[in-house]
Every structure is written in C-alpha cells, then in structure tokens.
Design a protein around this ligand. Structure first.
Ligand code: FNR
Length: 418
C-alpha cells in the first residue's frame, strides 16, 4: 500500500466515524502503549541504561540531519524496494529483534511474525523470544526472517541455535555484540525485576535439545534455596508456567527452576573476541551481520573477518548510557566501509523521515524497534500491521516530497547537517 492509499483509508474511515486506536504520531503511540503496560513491562521496554541519555542522543542525532527537498521531478511512480544479500525486499525496513514480548501481549513474537509476513517486512527473531523460532518460522511460510544470536558460554548451544535458525528458514544471522553483560537499567533495577528470572523470554532455550541436555549436568554452583515468600512462590509458579509441557509434571521435575538458573549462568560470554567469529563462519553459510557496531575501526575489523553486514546500533540506549547516537556514526562508518557490505541502522527511528535520512547517509536499510512493540501492546498483529503501514506510507511520502523516485536516488545531496 503506497502513501496515498494509506492516507485515503484513514480519512475515509474517519468520514464514517472510525478512528484507529493505534496512534499515528510516534510520541502518542509510546504514551498510549506505556499506559496499557504493567509497570514492569513499561520499565523493561521503554526504559534505557542509566539516565536514558543515549536514547535522547539517538533522537538528537536524527534531528541534526535535515532533509533538503527537490522539486519538479515527476515522482508519480516510485519504487521503494531494495536488494540485500541477493534477495529483493519491498521496503528498506526490517524489524529489530526485541525479546520478552509476552510482557505486552500473550501472542508475543507470533503476532509480530504474522504482521511482518503480511507486509513482507523481514522479522529478525530475537534470541530472547517468547515463542520458539520454529513456531514463528512456520507461521511466516515463505516470508523473510532472520535470526539474532546472543553468544552464550556454550559453543555447542550457539551451533544448535544457528542450525535451528537455518532449518526454520532464517536467511541471515545477526550477532548482537553489545550485550555481553546486561546494561545498568535503572528502571528495572528500581523495581528489582528481571523477566528472565521468572522464566519469561527464554523460549529459544527451553525448546533447544542442547540446552535441555545441559540441564542434567551437575551444577557446580547451586543457587541457595530462596526464602519462602509470596513473591518467591509467584516467581516459581511463573517459571513452571513458562516451561514447555505439562504444569504438574514440570512442577515435580524441577526443570523450570534449573532452566532459569542455567540460562542466567550461560546466556552471555563477556570474554568474546573477534577470534570467536571464525567459529561462527565455520558453522553456517548464511550471511553474518554484527549488531552493535559504532566505531569505524570495528567496522573495518568486521570486514577483515569476512562479515557480510553491520547493524549500527546502541541497543536503543539500553546498554551504555552516554553513548553516541547511531546517526552520528553512520556517515563515519559508511565512509570507511565504502559500500563493500550493507549497513543497517537502528536506535531512535521514529518516522519515515528518519528512514529517509539514514538511507541518504549510506544505510541500505533501517530497523524498527520499540514502535512496533507499542503497536503489539495496543492491538496485537493488527496493531503491528498498522504501525508498519504508517511508517511505510510516511517513508514513501517523504521520498516523493523530497523528489526521489527510488532508493538509489536518495543520497547525501538530499540531506544536510545543521
Ligand atoms: C531490545 N533489543 C534487542 N536486541 C537484540 O539484539 N536482542 C534482543 O533480544 C533485544 N531485546 C530488546 C528488548 C527490548 C524491550 C528493546 C526495547 C530492545 C534492541 C533492539 O533490537 C533495537 O536495537 C532497539 O530497540 C532500537 O532502539 P529503538 O529504536 O527501539 O529505540
């Protein structure tokens, strides 16, 4: 659906008294979704690291770049498609991996998968999904999806995730590098709430044969028995409920608690270095992208290590407070990479103009994060679909009004820094 069709639909529905419950404006969407979430979900999803300074900087970095529209260029027919790793996609937009979506909607990743499939937008499945990749993959049929990997302490588990991603039709592996330790997330710390401890967001693990086998290994550092409080009982109940299979069998087996403990013990590897990437290259033929790259020297190192693409990201300001905005680094990274591999960018994308600016500065595509989660919160699959339709229409319109007919016509000449 192009911009005109989307506008027509919204205005015609309005003429019959129908106004969508999904706000079009990015700020209103966030505000409304925030009100609809539990306080734990709001802290986890909307919150960032430290003072939230990186989130602000992400927006400022987008705002510093201004579009300079060109006139009289016949923009009646437009082509928003791009090519990535030899495949054609209808828009320069993908969905960033976002974990623990069950905090905002019971259908979680599945609702997003359906919306992405209906729109043709590639969905990057999160390593911390609430629904196993095989289930979402099957629902998406032949529509595009990628898999995002957190490199755990077990290479065997890494290999198992990658092999499952291939088997479930994922077309690329995105390794997130910025979360070898969890950031200092003020809002979550304030509530002393981490969803994983309650068994949320670990579905890729509890559905994994290697992980399940690891649960039978003797635990060298068993956790002390928690004090019996009402909250401890709630936590245990949540772990059991989220573990696959029968509730009473799970309650007897002790596996749900073991799974949470094992996950916490192994889910990241702070000792990870560039050398580890050789292992990944050896176990998959899929394109490998590194997510979380911000320094141009790291972009060059990625090229040296045969990496196929980068996602310039600061994790939506959830990891390092006081970090650079991603749009401040995109031109610098594009400058050293010189078009040898595709550059994707996320963190702070809040409208069609942001997509346009990123493409103008050398991005091949842009990834959308929190806004689709707000759509999910307010309206499940339909909510995500509406958010996507609004972003795509806004982008199509920005492109036309700036005087560009296709993605390749968008260039540095279309923007300036103020
Ligand atoms: C994330 N992000 C993320 N990234 C990743 O590689 N794996 C993950 O599981 C998650 N989980 C996650 C949960 C939540 C609640 C958020 C908000 C973000 C980061 C995500 O992929 C993306 O980089 C940011 O969301 C981009 O920032 P904005 O545009 O959402 O502010």
């Amino acid at each position: 659906m192009n911009a005109f069709e989307r506008q027509k639909k919204i205005y015609l529905e309005g003429a019959s008294g129908i106004i969508s419950p999904i706000p079009v404006d990015a700020r209103l969407l966030e505000e409304k979704a925030l009100k609809a979430m539990s306080k734990q979900a709001a802290a986890y999803i909307v919150g960032g690291a430290g003072h939230g300074d990186t989130m602000l900087q992400n927006r400022r970095a987008f705002e510093r770049w201004r579009i300079v529209p060109r006139m009289l260029r016949d923009v009646s027919v437009r082509d928003t498609s791009i090519e990535l790793f030899g495949k054609k996609y209808p828009y320069p937009l993908l969905l960033s991996p976002v974990g623990v979506l069950e905090m905002v909607h019971p259908e979680a990743d599945m609702a997003v998968a359906k919306a992405a499939a209906a729109t043709g937008i590639p969905y990057i499945f999160s390593n911390q999904a609430s629904v196993p990749m095989e289930v979402c993959g099957a629902a998406m049929e032949n529509q595009p999806r990628w898999f995002q990997l957190y490199w755990s302490k077990s290479d065997e588990l890494v290999a198992s995730f990658v092999q499952r991603a291939e088997a479930s039709g994922c077309q690329a592996i995105v390794v997130t590098l910025d979360t070898t330790l969890l950031g200092w997330r003020t809002q979550d710390l304030e509530l002393a709430y981490l969803p994983f401890l309650r068994g949320l967001g670990i579905a890729q693990y509890t559905s994994d044969p290697v992980f399940r086998r690891l649960l039978d290994d003797p635990d060298p550092n068993p956790a002390p028995k928690p004090k019996v409080t009402l909250e401890a009982i709630r936590t245990l109940w949540s772990m059991i409920r989220h573990y696959p299979g029968n509730f009473s069998e799970n309650a007897k087996s002790g596996y749900p608690r073991k799974a949470v403990k094992k996950f916490i013990d192994i889910y990241t590897r702070p000792s990870l270095t560039w050398e580890n990437l050789t292992y990944l290259r050896g176990i998959t033929k899929l394109p490998i992208l590194l997510k979380g790259i911000l320094h141009p020297d790291d972009a060059l190192k990625a090229l040296d290590h045969g990496i196929n693409g980068l996602v310039i990201s600061n994790h939506g300001g959830r990891q390092v407070d006081g970090a650079v905005g991603t749009m401040d680094m995109l031109p610098r990274i594009a400058d050293v990479v010189q078009g040898r591999i595709p550059l994707l960018i996320d963190s702070g994308v809040r409208g069609g103009a942001d997509i346009f600016k990123a493409l103008a500065l050398g991005a091949t595509a842009v990834c959308l994060g929190r806004p689709y989660v707000y759509g999910l919160t307010l309206g499940g699959t339909e909510g995500v679909q509406q958010v996507l339709a609004n972003y795509l229409a806004d982008f199509d319109l920005t492109m036309a009004l700036a005087g560009c007919r296709s993605i390749k016509e968008i260039g540095a000449d279309n923007v300036m820094m103020v």
